[in-house]
Ligand binder design. Structure first.
Ligand SMILES: NC(=O)c1ccc[n+]([C@@H]2O[C@H](COP(=O)([O-])OP(=O)(O)OC[C@H]3O[C@@H](n4cnc5c(N)ncnc54)[C@H](O)[C@@H]3O)[C@@H](O)[C@H]2O)c1
Length: 482
């Protein structure tokens, strides 16, 4: 992405759970694209790096434009130039973790492993009560001692990590923090306002049930970074959403306010988005039911199951975390008010299958004269191959929307298609995948038309000799940054 008269500005992506299947697949994909790597595959011979699945990175195809926004939206960052880092509670070197998870072809893993093994993994803020016991044995890379004394010291530590990472890596663009760590059980802490939330975090004697994801999310807001909740836990709340509102994080608040205790904090625009990536089965379900409804049929039974054997699924074998996942998997058709719909979901942990998820869904609807209409879908794909493009797009959209001064409400509506349950400012958006894509198109149309007006005025200024081409470029950069 260019601004400031042509200087490159890099977007930042910080991943909580960097050493997990999604984190390492994202890193490997980014290196592969950056270096134009190619590798041997059993199924298709030699293949080269691409961004398939990343709508922000692929150019439009077909006579009507179609999907793919590269070149259609001004200022969309190149994900290959983004700076990626993050935290994990496991110390496993990232190249080794990539090898172990068996998501990508060995010939590609071989080419990126050494570079990935050298990358820093920041220690994670961890509370064992929130995730499955299956994760305890490997949780040795955790924030400890003074930094782990209270919620206040943990948030301070995350904030320090963000600042020092930004400085070390010269990240001069917007940073998006993505929760890609294990699903947590729901937190029982509820707050009416950001003041209440920050007061609870600041109070060293507080024993509220505040999850690590809430601490990362608060730290993101205070540092002016966007936060994306890719897991299914209840990190987002109205108090949290308001913490991301710039009107709350105004500079120079009175010293009596709780926010001033967290100074210096950032007043920059940042978004809080979620919840739980809509990556595979759920995404197709919301498109299929949209199709059935568009036919005028009445969907009656959706019986769906999936099975896979990755570490995320292993963490979900504990009831406390499974409940969080089932909430977001079941609660996807709410606003359609299909009251007669019997929607069943079953997930099974099958270690042999690894990351290559299989999902089956049978849809039974009533057609003309109540005659049944039944269809079945079967999908098979590596789970991280489905999810990583959404992580990349979420961060690139956040960067783009901040640069174009898009409101929090519009940013949340535009990115609702990425999440199983659109929460925060996206609450109430239609659940249908194609309706959600239309929300994105609407927000982008606004950006493009505003930008076009500016380009027209600047071009006129140059043609009349009022400003030079350099001044026009600098003014464009200014607008992109404000
Ligand atoms: N892959 C998909 O298709 C998909 C779809 C939707 C949502 N998700 C969600 O994305 C997340 C990541 O999935 P994955 O397959 O990479 O899981 P994973 O289990 O492979 O990785 C999770 C990582 O998070 C780390 N971790 C746990 N608690 C942490 C903490 N407090 N701080 C820092 N690190 C912590 C773990 O050590 C692990 O390395 C999960 O929440 C999953 O439910 C995945």
């Amino acid at each position: 992405m260019t601004s400031n008269g042509g200087m490159q500005v890099s977007a930042g992506i910080l991943i909580v759970g960097l050493g997990g299947n999604n984190g390492v697949t994202l890193l490997a994909g980014q290196i592969a694209n950056r270096d134009n790597l190619s590798w041997e595959t059993a199924a298709s011979g030699r293949v080269s790096a691409n961004w398939y699945g990343c709508l922000t990175q692929i150019p439009p195809r077909g006579v009507h434009g179609g999907v793919g926004f590269r070149g259609r939206v001004p200022g969309l960052a190149d994900a290959g130039r983004a700076v990626v880092g993050g935290w994990d509670i496991r110390p496993t070197p990232l190249g080794r973790a990539l090898y172990d998870c068996r998501v990508l072809e060995p010939d590609l893993v071989r080419q990126v492993r050494e570079e990935m093994d050298k990358m820093e993994i920041m220690e994670g803020v961890w509370d064992p009560s929130f995730i499955g016991e299956s994760q305890y044995e490997t949780a040795t890379h955790v924030v400890s001692a003074e930094d782990n004394l209270s919620t206040r010291t943990r948030v301070e530590r995350i904030r320090r990590d963000i600042r020092s990472w930004r400085g070390k890596n010269n990240v001069d663009g917007h940073i998006t923090i993505i929760w890609s760590a294990s699903v947590e059980r729901p937190s029982e802490a509820e707050y009416n306002s950001p003041d209440d939330l920050l007061s609870a975090i600041y109070d060293d004697t507080n024993h509220d049930d505040i999850s690590p994801s809430m601490l990362y999310c608060c730290a993101a807001a205070l540092e002016g970074c966007s936060f994306v909740n890719g897991g299914s836990q209840n990190t987002l709340s109205s108090a949290m959403t308001f913490l991301f509102d710039e009107s709350y994080r105004m500079p120079d608040v009175p010293s009596s306010s709780i926010l001033s205790k967290f100074a210096p904090y950032s007043s920059s625009r940042a978004y809080c988005l979620g919840t739980d990536y809509k990556a595979g089965q759920t995404k197709f379900k919301t498109a299929a039911v949209e199709y059935l409804r568009a036919l005028g049929l009445s969907p009656r039974v959706i019986a769906s199951s999936n099975h896979l054997g990755n570490n995320d699924m292993l963490n979900l074998t504990t009831k406390k975390t499974l409940d969080a996942k089932m909430r977001v998997k079941s609660d996807i058709f709410g606003p359609w008010q299909e009251n007669d719909l019997d929607h069943k979901v079953c997930v099974m942990y099958c270690p042999y299958i690894g990351d290559e998820k299989r999902d089956f869904v049978e849809y039974t609807s009533l057609g003309f004269l109540s005659s049944p209409h039944t269809m079945v879908t079967y999908t098979r794909c590596m789970d991280s191959i489905l999810c990583v493009p959404l992580m990349i797009d979420a961060a690139i959209w956040c960067n783009c929307f901040v640069n174009h001064n898009v409101s929090a409400g519009d940013a949340a509506r535009a990115t609702a298609y990425l999440f199983k349950v659109p929460e925060g400012e996206a609450k109430g958006v239609d659940p249908g995948f194609f309706n959600q894509m239309k929300e994105l198109e609407d927000v982008l149309k606004n950006i493009v038309s505003k930008r076009k007006d500016t380009y027209d005025v600047l071009a006129l200024g140059v043609s009349r000799g009022i400003i030079t081409e350099e001044q026009a470029a600098a003014l464009q950069g200014l607008q992109l940054n404000n």
